[in-house]
Each structure stands twice: as C-alpha cells, then as structure tokens.
Design a protein around this ligand. Sequence first.
Ligand code: DGJ
Length: 736
Amino acid sequence: MPIIFHKESGEFHLYNKEISYIIKILPNNQLGNLYFGKAINDRTSFSHLFQKKPRSLSAYIFDNDPSFSLQYTSQEYPSYGTTDFRCPAFEIKQKNGSRISCFEYQKHEIFPGKKNIKGLPATYVEGTHEAETLEITLYDKVMETELVLSYTIFNDYSAIARSAKFINKSEDTIVLERAMSASIDFIGCNFEMIHLSGAWSRERHIKKRKLQQGIQAIYSMRGISSAEHNPFIALIRPNTDENYGEAYGFSLIYSGNHLEQVEVDTHDMTRVIMGIHPDTFQWPLEKEEIFQTPEAILVYSGSGLNKMSQTYHKLYSKHLARGQWRDRTRPILINNWEATDMSFTEEKILSIAKTAKELGIELFVLDDGWFGDRDNDKAGLGDWNVINSKKLPNGIKGLAEQIDTMGMKFGLWFEPEAVNKDSDFYRQHPDWIISTPGRRASASRNQYVLDFSRKEVVDYIYSMMEEVLSSAKISYIKWDMNRYITECYSLGMDAENQGKVFHRYILGVYDLYSRLIEKFPHILFESCSSGGARFDPGMLYYAPQTWTSDNTDAIERLMIQYGTSLVYPLCSMGAHVSAVPNQQVGRTTPLETRANVAFFGVFGYELDLTLLTDEEKEKIKEQVAFYKAHRELLLKGTFYRILSPFEGNEASWIVVSEDKTEAIAGYYKVLNSANEGWRRFKLTGLDEDKKYIINNNSQRYYYGDELMNIGIVVEDKNLSQNGTDFSSAIYYIKCI
Ligand code: DGJ
C-alpha cells in the first residue's frame, strides 16, 4: 500500500522503496507538507514536524493561538493573504472583487492506478498495480468552489505526479488568475538551482546558481515552452554531483507558457511553484465548469543527478510516450533540409534516397518546400493541399511510391500551426491568425500563427493534413513550429475570455495531434520547433521523438545533448550527422566524431550523400551498421553522464544495458594539445564483478570495478598528440 492515511493525526504518507511524501491536514483544515525526500519508516504521526510559535509581526489564524501562522508553515497548495505573504499556488478573483480564499479539507479518495487528464498530456499506467493515487478534495465555503489536489505515486519510480482541479459549484463566475500545477515548501534553503537555458541553436545549456533569499525564476511567455527556458528545474545540495547527493527534479508536462519559481523567504524556507505562467493566463470558470492544470512530475534522487535523470528517462519513455512507436525500433533517417533547403527536384531527392538506401538508411524525410509556392520562407506556408508540382511532378504520392519501391520508408515535414500571408490559405482566411484588432501583427520568419484556440481552424488544418496523409504511403511526420506568439488575441473569444487564448491554443495543438494519431496510428511523429524550441514532456506524449536542435555541429551538440539528457531520454532526441564545414558554426569536425555524438540519440543523417567520396560512404555504411547493431541498447539502456562539456575540454557518457552485460561509452576531446600526460577515462554503471572486453578485443579483459575506479587507458591515436581537434572514441564494452 504506497499511500496510507493516518486518521487520528490527519496525515497522508505516500511512499515506495525510494521516496516518502507526507501531507498533513492542518488545524485550520488547509494542507501542510511535512516531508518529501528519501523513503522513511511510516509512523502514525509525524506531527512533531509541524512546528509553530508566536513571532512578532506574524499574523495568525486563530484568535486564541498566536503561534499558528501560515507564513511559517510548509504547505501543499498555498493561497496568498491569509497569514502567508509568499507567492501563492493559485489566485481566484471572485464576484465581489476579493482574491482571498480558504480551501478546507473535505474528503479524500485513494485508489489504485491513475486517471487521465482530459485534453492534456499526462503520465499513465498500463496496470492499476503500477501506481496509487490520492485525491484530496478541499472546499471554499464562501466561493462555493471545490479544489481537488491529485497525487500519484509510482511503485517503481522515485516520482510523484501532481495536478490541481477547480470546480465551480456556485451560481457566480469566478476567475482563475493563477493555477499552478504544483507547489511545495522545504525547510531550509541549502540548495543550488539548475535549469536549462538557451536560444535558437543553443538549447538546454545547463545553468546552476546558489539559492538566495528572494525569488529566482525561469519562464516562457512566448506561447510555447521555448528554446530559452525548458519547463524544468532541479534543486540540488551543494555537494551533489552526477552520482552522489540529493537532487529534486521538477518537470512540467506542458508545451505552452510556463513558470518555474523558487522563493526563499527570510527564514530560509524554500517554496517551489510550477505551472502555467500566471501573467498570460486568466480563466473565467462558470457554474459547474472544471479547470484542471497540466501535470507536474516531482522526482527525488538520493544518488545524484544521473539517478534523477534516469527516473525521468524511464518514466517518460514508458509512461508518457505512447502508441506503436513507444517501443518499436526507430528507423535511421536521412533528412534533406541541410542538403537542399527548399531548392530540390524530384530527381535530386531520389538520388539522395538511392544513395541512402545503399548505405543502409531506412527512412527518407522530405523537409520544408514540397507544397504551395514554397521556394523560400516568404510564401506558401499553409497550402498543404497544393503539392508543388514544379519540384514534384509526380506529387507526394508518386515520390512516396518510388521511395517505397527502393525499400525505404517515406516521411514528410509539416508546419500546421503557421501561415505566410503570401499563401492561398491566408488569402481565404485572413481572420484565422492570432492578432489583436487594430494593432500591427508582428511577423517572424515571414509567418503568422494560426488561431488554434478556435476549433474551426484546427478542424480545417486536420482535414488538409488528413487528405495528404491518406493520399500516399507516409510513415513519419516532422511537425515543425517556427515562431513565437505575439499580439495574442482570438477573434473566436469575447473580451472576458481573452485570458484563455494561450492555453486554449496549446489545447488545440494537442487536439490536432490526438486526432492525427488516432487516424494514423502507424505514423511516427517527430516534433520540432526551429530545432528544439518545444522540446518538452507535453510533446513527448504525442511525438516520441523531438528534433533536438538546428545546430548539428558535433561539438555544440555535446552541450545540447548533455543538457537535454538531464530530463529527456536518448530515444526522444533526434541527432543527425551533417556536412562540414557545419552550417551553423562553420566548424569542421571528423565524420567519426559527428557520428559518435549522434549515436547517443535517434540517429540520422542530414546532408547530400551524393556528394560524398567513396571512402566517406564506406564509413557511413559502417556507422549505420554499428547503430543498427546497438540501437536497442543505445535507446533503451540506462544513460549516465560522466564528464561534462560545460566544465572542461572533454565530455563523456555511457549507456549500460539493464543486466549490465553490455555498454557503449562515448569519449570526446574538444581541442588537442601537445605532449599531454597520460589519460584514464573512468566508466560508470557497470557491474563491479563482471569481466568485460572492450571493442571485441578478447586479448584482454577488465573487471567492472577496474573500469569504474581506474578507468580505460586512453590511447586511441586520434586522441593523442598527432591526432586532431574534435576527436572522439566509442568503446563497446561487453561482458564475457
Ligand atoms: C526549422 C527546423 O528546425 C529545420 O530542421 C527545418 O525543418 C526548417 N525549420 C524548415 O523550414
């Protein structure tokens, strides 16, 4: 029984082998938090952890008890202004203009399994034995509104899934002005905050800072989760590293505007809140209407950041990603974008596909430019029902058939959420873009965002995509989104409801994904947003893989993939080998290194294969064969970060099979230098007592403890004095 309710003390203890989470019904019937961390023994009461004492200047709840003030109490889902002055988890404007609320415990239910969240992505279980859920119902008498806080604890994961649901039971409309997915208070502030910061082509770089009194936050108000700030933060102890020490992860399953905020008060209490960004959100809730927040996943690790990441990796690849492609072998793809941009002919595409097939590649992806008058990014976007016959005289159908005949699968690029003004779509539906009446509509990449908060817009795009997808053998879609939302306003909503537009937009995106997946369950979706600007857990629910970044330079990718791996599994990260000099940074890296980095993701190529020398083609054949032989291990094994590219000239990581009989490690050295000392490269995650051989060399074996404590002797010629910059080595480690 992972959830226990102690009636006398009014305490809930959620626990499994790894974690404990303890909630208490406070004397005023609101909810307090007593603990979240490493699993501890259960007892009938943890009430000694609920501390209170009178303090000058503190406001208190009961006239006769000056010691009980919410300001000094760790809470579960706090409100503002009833003795607590910190930033709250929610705020509701009522008919009389007041924002004061008091949600009191009414009842609770504990049940096996986990419910879905209507219209939103969320983790799921396949058998009710996999998790247990606690739903606590609170009620505000004055507002006549119910609040249901939901907590799911998974049996085999150090994770708690949380969300909050508001139900208006009164005759009056109330306005949700803030409704976070989760809030938690910790005693003390001896933490560092980690977050994933970035921009186009530089996504998810790891940033770390010590918590200070006051507020530290990251957010997106760009309409989508953004390249700038991923919806994730971690709090770690100052001594925590990849393999030791405490780490708390907070990840939001959402693709729209978000806020992750840590507030440390002047008594060093730490409050974390995360959810939809309140500044761009206002949700009038009429009688009997329900609003449920997106889900937040809280993870605890007592063994460093690797363990935290592994929990997210396994949970997200097994209990968030869905459908046929969750477990199926992912195809090695060739994408034509960096090879041809939008300037291609059918002949060129077929010649790349033919070479790809000869090299063992399995899927051809036709990127932007196959529709409408799309010869550059100024025109055609939105005209999905018109195939560009100048480039593709036999249409998508004809091209797909020819690629199919070669024995390859065929995939297609779409950007369903945007239009160019120079398109038939826009000329027919100029009022379907997001823009504010009377104001300039700002362009970005010459395009405008369609108002997906309106059902008729989503319906129309669905019918266009459905037509194309039904017309040809298409087994993969790259779903792109190349701009942020400005001048947010919907002509489909009245003035009072404009605060709903950002959230409704994302619900529209989710709806389109759901409908397409239902109709075409065999299609593998890869999400994309100018590279990785919408690489978030919400997308993973629909599209099991995401294009990690437009930056395909191997050295830059070390940082991008290393940072992304903090939360996201390798099976979600699209990673391609591209041409040199690299399009984004002009760097020339060896073909080996480009593949040695891309192997640690969903592998593919993005260059004109027909321009390669025979020697390069041979190398690619070998790379493809290597990935095919090991992709199940690479995509499904346990991933450990070893050396951080953010901290030095080297980087490394390893994937280990569940039974620890096999592993593949990648070691990368950015710049070469003269006359270096000896190097040892220590591995992680192996079985100490097993005997392993490296790269099939049966002349010498090593015990796991040797490889982890002494390390591999680095002697590859490329990594030494007479080698090159940007060198790397792959070690295949096998138990004998
Ligand atoms: C941005 C994507 O990240 C690229 O891979 C490519 O698909 C272009 N858009 C096409 O316009």
